[in-house]
Ligand binder design. Structure first.
Ligand code: 5AD
Ligand code: SF4
Length: 469
């Protein structure tokens, strides 16, 4: 627990809601954390008179919230900014002003460079300063500063509104950020630099937000954090709690049908969290646990601080606690110095675990990270070939996992209408998309489905007769 997270910020009284007189357009790409942040920014601006619009051309304020973790996002940002500049000039000719704000990790890492090349950007705001958005917008209108990327002393979590409705209404599954930042410093990763050190939210404010979500009809909560299982927040008893204890408390809340958490680091899977997978029925038997590589040499160079065997042993312990646990992972191929033998160790690990799903990426050198300086970069064509080989293996593993579900009777949490009229869609406990014929009234409910067929990326099934009575 950091001191920062414990300190209560001096918070101004929330302004009275006013009619939506200004239009806001938010453009998001990247991880779930970015989506969550965009939703919170929209929520934050609602009481200040901003209503959301789908069309950038109608917006008085456009916020770009791009991701920076892998590809060089800057070029994509410039192409969007070029389009927004035209909109801004067109609106100015009609006497309407448009504020353009750049948010997120790209703002944090490359804000100054972007302002040099695109001086028509009005506001550059780092991920730790979102809660100051209304104040920064007003200051900017009055000719104030453009850049807000310092990490402020107070925790932004406590200053963000807890009851935003702008985006959350009618959603069955919702994200809830409980932790941000990362102290792990994997040598390929920008997160410790862009999101800063690990900060955990106190349990009380997480539980309050969870209750608000459940009151709005949310039935599944996905706890988010760059390093979510490193969460160590102030507990209800004032003492530090770890994630398993928080999950235990959340699972008691009325209306909560399912709970997940992402993304975890193998080093932070403690005994209590493993046991939670055995003991807490609401906790989904699904875990996203990035391994990145199966080679000890590469894992060491990545500063992952575990070996392949440690990861496999952890999976064994998890499966001993929860035999049907489905696993997901992230992989990087072509890390500097990765040989064919290293890559084969990754293939072997993937084969051994049998992932239900996985994400895999070509290593991309991120400026400012140690691995970007390495002299033994793997040629692009080799990276592409390895990625294709790994992805074929992972796709086969996913297909086998889905195929093994055929004939099973699974509790599906229905989240929305299906692709065809009369269909509804939801998720199995193992995060598989499931489609079934059924009434819309089941959306937001758990119902048993017998899986009839496995398609490329989803399952098809029949509702259990009791579910439709
Ligand atoms: N190159 C490729 N993949 C990366 N990731 C993070 N940084 C990089 C990078 N520089 C991947 C990791 C991480 C996921 C979120 O993105 O696999 O787990
Ligand atoms: Fe990046 Fe995850 Fe490593 Fe942290 S643990 S440095 S977020 S890859």
């Amino acid at each position: 627990m950091t001191e920062t997270a414990l300190r209560k910020p001096a918070r101004e009284a929330a302004p009275e809601p006013v009619a939506n007189t200004r239009r806001l357009h938010v453009m998001t790409w990247g991880c779930q954390m970015n989506e969550y942040d965009s939703a919170r920014m929209a929520d934050l601006l609602t009481p200040h008179g901003f209503g959301e619009t789908e069309r950038a051309a109608e917006a008085d304020l456009v916020i770009l919230n791009p991701c920076h973790i892998r590809e060089h996002a800057t070029e994509k940002v410039f192409s969007e900014l070029g389009r927004l500049r035209q909109i801004k000039e067109g609106r100015a000719a009609e006497g309407r002003s448009t504020l353009i704000a750049l948010a997120g990790c790209v703002a944090q890492a490359e804000g100054e460079e972007i302002l040099r090349r695109a001086p028509y950007v009005d506001l550059v705001i780092g991920p730790q300063a979102y809660h100051r958005l209304p104040e920064l917008i007003e200051a900017r209108r009055a000719g104030g500063p453009v850049i807000a990327t310092d990490f402020p002393a107070e925790s932004k979590f406590d200053a963000l509104p807890q009851n935003g409705k702008a985006r959350r209404a009618r959603r069955v599954s919702a994200f809830l950020t409980i932790q941000e930042g990362c102290d792990k410093f994997c040598t390929f990763c920008v997160v410790p630099y862009t999101r800063g050190a690990e900060v955990s939210r106190p349990a009380r404010s997480i539980l309050e937000e969870a209750k608000t979500l459940l009151a709005q009809g949310v039935r599944e909560i996905v706890l988010l954090g760059q390093n979510v299982n490193a969460w160590e927040g102030e507990g209800l008893n004032g003492r530090p709690w770890r994630l398993a204890r928080l999950i235990e408390e959340l699972a008691k809340l009325d209306g909560l049908l399912r709970l997940r958490y992402t993304t975890s680091h193998p080093r932070d899977m403690d005994e209590a969290l493993i046991a939670a997978h055995r003991d807490i029925p609401a906790l989904a038997p699904f875990l996203h646990l990035p391994v990145q590589s199966g080679s000890d040499r590469v894992l060491a160079a990545m500063n992952r601080r575990h070996r392949a065997a440690d990861y496999l042993r952890l999976i064994e312990r998890l499966r001993a606690a929860r035999p049907d646990l489905a696993l997901s992972s992230d992989f990087i191929v072509g890390f500097p110095g990765e040989t064919r033998a290293d890559f084969e160790a990754t293939l072997a690990l993937a084969r051994e675990v049998g992932f239900a799903q996985a994400y895999s990426f070509k290593y991309s050198a991120r400026p400012g990270t140690p691995a970007a300086e390495a002299s033994d970069q793997v040629p692009e064509a080799e990276k592409a070939a390895r990625l294709a080989e790994l992805q074929a293996l992972l796709a086969e593993s996913q297909r086998a996992f889905n195929q093994a579900s055929v004939g099973a009777r699974l509790p599906v949490l229905f989240t929305g209408p299906g692709r065809h009229p009369g269909q509804i869609a939801g998720r199995s406990p193992y995060q598989q998309a499931v489609h079934a014929e059924g009434p819309a009234a089941l959306i937001g409910e758990l119902a048993f489905v017998t899986i009839a067929a496995a398609e490329a990326h989803s399952l098809r099934g029949r509702l259990h007769p009791d579910a439709v009575s």
